[in-house]
Design a protein around this ligand. Structure first.
Ligand SMILES: N[C@@H](CCC(=O)N[C@@H](CS)C(=O)NCC(=O)O)C(=O)O
Length: 263
């Protein structure tokens, strides 16, 4: 089983957490997104959108991190991550579907802060625009351009915060009943969201939930304490990147806080 992924990509992290929880063996193909390795013709044959992750297993090519996570869970009976009761399973599926929007929201917040700061430091505007032009999807191209030009003032950031507000509200409602999101035990719903909330935490944006939704703070710390988190996320983030992430997010926090307060 081969996973095309990137260490700091949230959706790759989600898949790696699943692999670690299921204790599955896999071969790593690490793509440097900043170098544009996702646009190599051979990779575009596997993933025409030019994004990670992609799982290749015995001739099967799978995209979409939540679908991959569910597939991996089905591969072995050990440590099942999905419930069997229809109601609980439906709740898991709802979270998995929502991760498409949640991913786009986290991507907007990350690009308006950390990635934009890196682009402004490391590249000329022409180089950034040339990289953005390589994105196959025109909608994503215009989003990236807007985030690069306007940072936190981009309307994509306000839209992202609205999606995150809904996510936090529903997470908090689930966590009133149990320590984990679905069925009283750690599973696919938690794995679906850990990388996204962790990214906000790494950006120093825990103010989004710490006061309004303290149960999310407890859930996050319990998720981060699992060995799968350390294997799949914690150990793969270099200290320098961790520091840059924290600093870029914190610099944006006053503006983000103002938008947040108005919601
Ligand atoms: N919905 C997709 C999103 C895939 C996606 O956008 N991946 C990002 C990394 S998290 C990527 O590869 N971006 C390419 C780039 O930034 O150039 C999934 O969850 O698999």
């Amino acid at each position: 089983m081969k996973l095309y992924h990137n260490n700091n990509s949230v959706c790759s992290q989600k898949v790696r957490v699943t692999l670690a929880e299921k204790q599955l063996q896999w071969e790593s193909v690490h793509l440097e997104l900043a170098k544009g390795e996702q646009y190599e013709p051979d990779y575009l044959l596997l993933n025409p959108e030019g994004v990670v992750p992609t799982l290749v297993d015995d001739g099967l090519v799978l995209r979409e991190s939540s679908v991959i996570a569910e597939y991996l869970d089905q591969l072995s009976a050990a440590n099942p991550l999905a419930p069997t009761a229809p109601q609980a399973l439906a709740a898991v599926h709802l979270w998995l579907i929502r991760t498409i929007d949640i991913h786009a929201a986290i991507n907007s917040v990350t690009f308006a802060t950390l990635m934009r700061q890196k682009q402004l430091q490391d590249s000329t505007p022409e180089e950034v625009r040339a990289r953005i032009a390589k994105f196959p999807n025109p909608q994503i191209r215009s989003k990236r351009l807007d985030l690069y030009s306007n940072g936190v003032k981009s309307p994509y950031v306000a839209g992202a915060l609205f999606t995150l507000l809904r996510m936090f509200e529903d997470m908090a409602r689930n966590l009133e009943k149990s320590d984990w999101l679905t069925d009283g035990r750690y599973g696919l719903s938690d794995i679906a969201l850990i990388a996204y909330v962790d990214r906000l935490d790494r950006l120093g944006l825990s103010g989004l939930w710490s006061e309004r939704y303290p149960a999310i703070e407890t859930w996050l710390r319990a998720s981060q304490a699992r060995p799968s988190y350390q294997t799949a996320i914690g150990s793969l983030i270099p200290p320098q990147l961790a520091q840059q992430t924290q600093q870029a997010g914190q610099a944006a926090w006053p503006e983000i806080k103002e938008i947040w307060k108005s919601m």
